[in-house]
Design a protein around this ligand. Sequence first.
Ligand code: CDV
Length: 314
Amino acid sequence: MARHMKIAAAQLGPLCLTDSREAAVKRLVALMREAHGQGARFVVFPELALSTFFPRWWLEDQAEVDRRFFEAAMPSAATQPLFDEGKRLGVGFYLGYGELIAADDRIRRFNTSILVGPDGVVIGKYRKIHLPGHAEHKPGAPFQHLEKKYFEVGDLGFRVWRFMDTITGMLICNDRRWPEAFRVLALQGAEVVALGFNTPTENLHYPEPPALRVHHHLIMAQSMAFQNAIWLVETAKCGVEDGFRMFGHSLIVAPSGEIAAKSTTEQDEVICFNCDIDLAQDLKRTMFDFAAHRRPEHYRLIVERVGAEVTPAN
Ligand code: CDV
Protein backbone atom coordinates (compact mmCIF):
# COMPACT_ATOMS: atom_id res chain seq x y z
CA MET A 1 0.00 0.00 0.00
CA ALA A 2 1.29 3.45 -0.91
CA ARG A 3 2.62 5.54 1.96
CA HIS A 4 0.80 8.80 2.45
CA MET A 5 1.68 11.69 4.74
CA LYS A 6 -0.15 14.97 5.06
CA ILE A 7 2.51 17.66 5.04
CA ALA A 8 1.97 21.36 5.73
CA ALA A 9 3.98 24.45 4.87
CA ALA A 10 3.30 26.89 7.71
CA GLN A 11 4.13 30.26 6.23
CA LEU A 12 4.91 33.19 8.51
CA GLY A 13 4.00 36.76 7.69
CA PRO A 14 6.31 39.56 8.77
CA LEU A 15 8.21 39.69 12.04
CA CYS A 16 9.59 43.12 12.87
CA LEU A 17 12.79 44.09 14.67
CA THR A 18 10.85 44.74 17.86
CA ASP A 19 9.02 41.37 17.86
CA SER A 20 10.20 38.98 20.56
CA ARG A 21 10.93 35.29 19.97
CA GLU A 22 8.08 34.56 22.40
CA ALA A 23 5.70 36.38 20.03
CA ALA A 24 7.09 34.37 17.10
CA VAL A 25 6.68 31.08 18.97
CA LYS A 26 3.07 31.95 19.78
CA ARG A 27 2.35 32.37 16.07
CA LEU A 28 4.20 29.14 15.22
CA VAL A 29 2.12 27.25 17.77
CA ALA A 30 -1.09 28.70 16.27
CA LEU A 31 0.06 27.66 12.78
CA MET A 32 0.92 24.18 14.02
CA ARG A 33 -2.58 23.80 15.50
CA GLU A 34 -4.12 24.94 12.25
CA ALA A 35 -1.97 22.51 10.26
CA HIS A 36 -2.92 19.69 12.62
CA GLY A 37 -6.58 20.66 12.21
CA GLN A 38 -6.10 20.12 8.47
CA GLY A 39 -4.67 16.67 9.17
CA ALA A 40 -0.97 17.46 8.81
CA ARG A 41 1.53 15.19 10.56
CA PHE A 42 4.65 17.08 9.44
CA VAL A 43 4.85 20.88 9.46
CA VAL A 44 7.58 22.87 7.72
CA PHE A 45 8.28 26.32 9.18
CA PRO A 46 10.47 29.01 7.53
CA GLU A 47 14.18 29.84 7.70
CA LEU A 48 15.11 31.97 10.77
CA ALA A 49 11.53 31.62 11.99
CA LEU A 50 12.06 33.13 15.43
CA SER A 51 12.92 36.68 14.40
CA THR A 52 12.83 39.26 11.66
CA PHE A 53 15.21 38.54 8.77
CA PHE A 54 18.01 40.30 10.65
CA PRO A 55 20.77 39.88 7.99
CA ARG A 56 19.17 42.84 6.21
CA TRP A 57 20.52 45.07 9.00
CA TRP A 58 24.10 46.15 9.65
CA LEU A 59 24.29 45.74 13.43
CA GLU A 60 27.53 46.42 15.29
CA ASP A 61 26.71 45.23 18.80
CA GLN A 62 27.38 41.50 18.37
CA ALA A 63 26.34 40.75 21.95
CA GLU A 64 22.93 42.24 21.24
CA VAL A 65 22.68 40.36 17.94
CA ASP A 66 23.46 37.13 19.78
CA ARG A 67 20.89 37.82 22.47
CA ARG A 68 18.09 38.81 20.12
CA PHE A 69 18.61 36.62 17.07
CA PHE A 70 20.56 33.52 18.07
CA GLU A 71 19.61 30.48 20.14
CA ALA A 72 22.23 28.99 22.45
CA ALA A 73 19.87 26.13 23.36
CA MET A 74 17.18 24.33 21.39
CA PRO A 75 14.68 23.94 22.87
CA SER A 76 14.94 26.84 25.27
CA ALA A 77 12.38 28.24 27.68
CA ALA A 78 11.07 30.43 24.86
CA THR A 79 10.83 27.68 22.24
CA GLN A 80 9.72 24.83 24.52
CA PRO A 81 5.98 25.57 23.93
CA LEU A 82 6.40 24.64 20.25
CA PHE A 83 8.05 21.32 21.14
CA ASP A 84 5.36 20.65 23.75
CA GLU A 85 2.57 21.36 21.28
CA GLY A 86 4.16 19.18 18.61
CA LYS A 87 4.37 16.31 21.09
CA ARG A 88 0.82 16.86 22.32
CA LEU A 89 -0.53 16.82 18.75
CA GLY A 90 1.82 14.11 17.50
CA VAL A 91 3.16 16.44 14.80
CA GLY A 92 6.76 16.47 13.56
CA PHE A 93 8.29 19.72 12.34
CA TYR A 94 11.15 21.52 10.58
CA LEU A 95 12.26 24.79 12.18
CA GLY A 96 14.84 27.33 11.01
CA TYR A 97 16.73 29.50 13.52
CA GLY A 98 20.05 31.23 14.23
CA GLU A 99 22.24 28.78 16.13
CA LEU A 100 25.02 29.89 18.48
CA ILE A 101 27.49 27.40 19.89
CA ALA A 102 30.52 27.84 22.10
CA ALA A 103 33.19 25.37 20.99
CA ASP A 104 36.95 25.27 21.60
CA ASP A 105 36.97 28.71 23.20
CA ARG A 106 35.18 30.35 20.32
CA ILE A 107 31.65 31.29 19.47
CA ARG A 108 30.27 29.87 16.24
CA ARG A 109 27.09 30.96 14.53
CA PHE A 110 25.09 29.10 11.90
CA ASN A 111 21.86 29.51 9.96
CA THR A 112 20.36 26.22 11.09
CA SER A 113 17.30 24.00 10.72
CA ILE A 114 16.22 21.04 12.79
CA LEU A 115 13.92 18.12 12.23
CA VAL A 116 11.82 17.33 15.29
CA GLY A 117 9.91 14.07 15.63
CA PRO A 118 6.28 13.80 16.74
CA ASP A 119 7.63 12.86 20.17
CA GLY A 120 9.25 16.30 20.48
CA VAL A 121 12.80 14.96 20.10
CA VAL A 122 15.30 16.61 17.72
CA ILE A 123 16.38 13.94 15.27
CA GLY A 124 18.31 15.95 12.70
CA LYS A 125 20.20 19.19 12.22
CA TYR A 126 21.34 21.01 9.08
CA ARG A 127 23.53 24.13 8.90
CA LYS A 128 23.05 26.25 5.79
CA ILE A 129 25.85 25.72 3.29
CA HIS A 130 25.07 28.22 0.51
CA LEU A 131 25.23 31.59 2.27
CA PRO A 132 24.26 34.40 -0.11
CA GLY A 133 25.04 38.09 0.15
CA HIS A 134 28.12 39.81 1.57
CA ALA A 135 30.08 40.38 4.78
CA GLU A 136 30.91 44.05 4.39
CA HIS A 137 28.64 47.03 5.02
CA LYS A 138 27.08 48.47 1.86
CA PRO A 139 25.90 51.88 3.09
CA GLY A 140 24.59 52.88 -0.36
CA ALA A 141 22.39 49.81 -0.76
CA PRO A 142 18.63 49.93 -0.04
CA PHE A 143 19.13 47.06 2.40
CA GLN A 144 21.87 44.63 3.39
CA HIS A 145 22.13 40.88 2.91
CA LEU A 146 24.73 40.06 5.53
CA GLU A 147 24.55 36.28 5.82
CA LYS A 148 28.30 36.09 5.15
CA LYS A 149 28.87 38.40 8.14
CA TYR A 150 26.58 36.73 10.65
CA PHE A 151 27.00 33.04 9.80
CA GLU A 152 29.71 30.48 9.09
CA VAL A 153 29.28 28.05 6.21
CA GLY A 154 27.51 24.96 7.53
CA ASP A 155 29.74 22.08 8.56
CA LEU A 156 27.30 19.17 8.68
CA GLY A 157 26.97 18.42 4.97
CA PHE A 158 23.75 17.52 3.16
CA ARG A 159 22.08 14.67 5.03
CA VAL A 160 18.86 12.69 5.14
CA TRP A 161 17.09 11.04 8.05
CA ARG A 162 14.61 8.22 8.39
CA PHE A 163 11.70 10.31 9.55
CA MET A 164 8.07 9.36 10.05
CA ASP A 165 8.25 6.45 7.58
CA THR A 166 10.01 8.58 4.94
CA ILE A 167 13.56 9.53 4.04
CA THR A 168 13.71 13.27 4.58
CA GLY A 169 16.44 15.83 3.92
CA MET A 170 16.74 19.49 4.86
CA LEU A 171 17.96 22.55 3.00
CA ILE A 172 17.69 26.28 3.70
CA CYS A 173 16.66 29.09 1.34
CA ASN A 174 19.50 29.86 -1.08
CA ASP A 175 20.34 26.13 -1.27
CA ARG A 176 17.24 25.82 -3.46
CA ARG A 177 19.13 27.54 -6.27
CA TRP A 178 21.86 24.88 -6.38
CA PRO A 179 21.10 21.57 -8.12
CA GLU A 180 24.13 19.97 -6.44
CA ALA A 181 22.48 20.24 -3.02
CA PHE A 182 19.36 18.40 -4.13
CA ARG A 183 21.32 15.74 -5.98
CA VAL A 184 23.43 14.95 -2.93
CA LEU A 185 20.20 14.40 -0.98
CA ALA A 186 18.63 12.37 -3.78
CA LEU A 187 21.73 10.15 -3.95
CA GLN A 188 20.99 9.23 -0.32
CA GLY A 189 17.46 8.22 -1.24
CA ALA A 190 15.65 11.40 -0.22
CA GLU A 191 11.89 11.19 -0.69
CA VAL A 192 10.96 14.48 0.98
CA VAL A 193 13.02 17.68 1.15
CA ALA A 194 11.98 20.42 3.58
CA LEU A 195 13.24 23.97 3.10
CA GLY A 196 12.45 27.33 4.70
CA PHE A 197 13.21 30.64 3.01
CA ASN A 198 13.27 34.45 3.29
CA THR A 199 13.52 35.99 -0.18
CA PRO A 200 13.42 39.76 -0.66
CA THR A 201 11.01 40.92 -3.36
CA GLU A 202 13.67 43.34 -4.54
CA ASN A 203 17.01 42.32 -6.02
CA LEU A 204 19.81 43.94 -4.01
CA HIS A 205 22.26 43.89 -6.92
CA TYR A 206 20.35 45.08 -10.01
CA PRO A 207 16.76 46.03 -10.93
CA GLU A 208 14.60 42.97 -11.52
CA PRO A 209 10.80 42.70 -11.79
CA PRO A 210 9.41 41.04 -8.62
CA ALA A 211 7.32 38.71 -10.79
CA LEU A 212 10.50 37.41 -12.41
CA ARG A 213 11.95 36.58 -8.98
CA VAL A 214 8.83 34.57 -8.17
CA HIS A 215 9.03 32.91 -11.59
CA HIS A 216 12.57 31.75 -10.78
CA HIS A 217 11.43 30.49 -7.39
CA LEU A 218 8.68 28.41 -9.02
CA ILE A 219 10.67 26.95 -11.88
CA MET A 220 13.54 26.01 -9.57
CA ALA A 221 11.24 24.21 -7.16
CA GLN A 222 9.44 22.36 -9.93
CA SER A 223 12.63 21.28 -11.68
CA MET A 224 14.45 20.24 -8.48
CA ALA A 225 11.47 18.15 -7.37
CA PHE A 226 11.12 16.42 -10.74
CA GLN A 227 14.80 15.87 -11.54
CA ASN A 228 15.35 14.31 -8.12
CA ALA A 229 11.96 12.58 -7.84
CA ILE A 230 11.19 14.09 -4.43
CA TRP A 231 8.38 15.83 -2.62
CA LEU A 232 9.61 19.36 -2.01
CA VAL A 233 8.11 21.59 0.68
CA GLU A 234 9.29 25.20 0.65
CA THR A 235 8.01 27.61 3.30
CA ALA A 236 8.37 31.39 3.24
CA LYS A 237 8.67 34.06 5.83
CA CYS A 238 7.23 36.97 3.92
CA GLY A 239 5.41 40.26 3.81
CA VAL A 240 6.72 43.66 4.79
CA GLU A 241 9.20 43.58 7.67
CA ASP A 242 9.95 47.15 8.80
CA GLY A 243 9.40 48.42 5.25
CA PHE A 244 11.25 45.57 3.45
CA ARG A 245 9.12 43.15 1.47
CA MET A 246 9.72 39.44 0.97
CA PHE A 247 7.57 37.25 -1.27
CA GLY A 248 5.41 34.34 -0.13
CA HIS A 249 4.55 31.58 -2.62
CA SER A 250 5.19 28.77 -0.17
CA LEU A 251 4.95 25.53 -2.09
CA ILE A 252 4.40 21.82 -1.93
CA VAL A 253 5.72 20.28 -5.16
CA ALA A 254 5.15 16.68 -6.19
CA PRO A 255 7.89 14.45 -7.67
CA SER A 256 6.12 14.97 -11.00
CA GLY A 257 7.16 18.62 -10.83
CA GLU A 258 3.56 19.72 -10.36
CA ILE A 259 2.70 22.31 -7.73
CA ALA A 260 0.34 20.47 -5.38
CA ALA A 261 -0.31 23.45 -3.08
CA LYS A 262 0.74 27.09 -3.00
CA SER A 263 0.10 29.92 -0.55
CA THR A 264 -1.81 32.96 -1.76
CA THR A 265 -1.00 35.59 0.88
CA GLU A 266 2.07 37.21 2.42
CA GLN A 267 0.78 36.54 5.92
CA ASP A 268 0.58 33.63 8.35
CA GLU A 269 -0.96 30.88 6.23
CA VAL A 270 -1.04 27.10 6.23
CA ILE A 271 -1.08 25.04 3.07
CA CYS A 272 -1.41 21.29 3.29
CA PHE A 273 -1.30 18.31 0.94
CA ASN A 274 -1.73 14.57 1.36
CA CYS A 275 1.57 13.45 -0.18
CA ASP A 276 1.82 10.00 -1.72
CA ILE A 277 5.42 9.31 -0.71
CA ASP A 278 5.63 6.41 -3.15
CA LEU A 279 4.53 8.51 -6.11
CA ALA A 280 8.14 8.79 -7.29
CA GLN A 281 8.71 5.05 -7.58
CA ASP A 282 7.97 4.94 -11.33
CA LEU A 283 10.40 7.79 -11.98
CA LYS A 284 13.03 6.29 -9.69
CA ARG A 285 13.06 2.97 -11.51
CA THR A 286 12.97 4.43 -15.04
CA MET A 287 13.97 7.95 -16.13
CA PHE A 288 15.79 8.79 -12.90
CA ASP A 289 17.20 5.37 -12.08
CA PHE A 290 20.49 6.91 -10.98
CA ALA A 291 22.37 3.60 -10.80
CA ALA A 292 21.48 2.79 -14.40
CA HIS A 293 21.92 6.17 -16.07
CA ARG A 294 24.19 8.55 -14.17
CA ARG A 295 27.72 9.04 -15.55
CA PRO A 296 29.76 10.43 -12.64
CA GLU A 297 33.01 9.79 -14.49
CA HIS A 298 31.99 12.75 -16.66
CA TYR A 299 30.92 14.96 -13.74
CA ARG A 300 34.34 15.42 -12.09
CA LEU A 301 34.50 19.14 -12.77
CA ILE A 302 31.50 19.63 -10.52
CA VAL A 303 33.59 18.81 -7.46
CA GLU A 304 37.01 19.83 -8.76
CA ARG A 305 36.16 23.35 -9.92
CA VAL A 306 34.26 26.04 -8.01
CA GLY A 307 34.02 29.00 -10.41
CA ALA A 308 33.56 28.81 -14.16
CA GLU A 309 36.73 28.91 -16.25
CA VAL A 310 36.67 29.18 -20.00
CA THR A 311 38.49 26.26 -21.60
CA PRO A 312 40.41 27.18 -24.79
CA ALA A 313 38.55 25.96 -27.85
CA ASN A 314 39.98 22.77 -29.36
N1 CDV B 1 17.75 33.92 2.70
C1 CDV B 1 18.27 33.72 1.49
O1 CDV B 1 19.11 32.83 1.30
N2 CDV B 1 17.83 34.52 0.50
C2 CDV B 1 18.34 34.48 -0.85
C3 CDV B 1 18.29 35.83 -1.49
C4 CDV B 1 19.39 36.68 -1.04
C5 CDV B 1 18.41 35.76 -2.99
C6 CDV B 1 17.55 33.49 -1.70
O2 CDV B 1 18.18 32.71 -2.41
O3 CDV B 1 16.32 33.55 -1.71
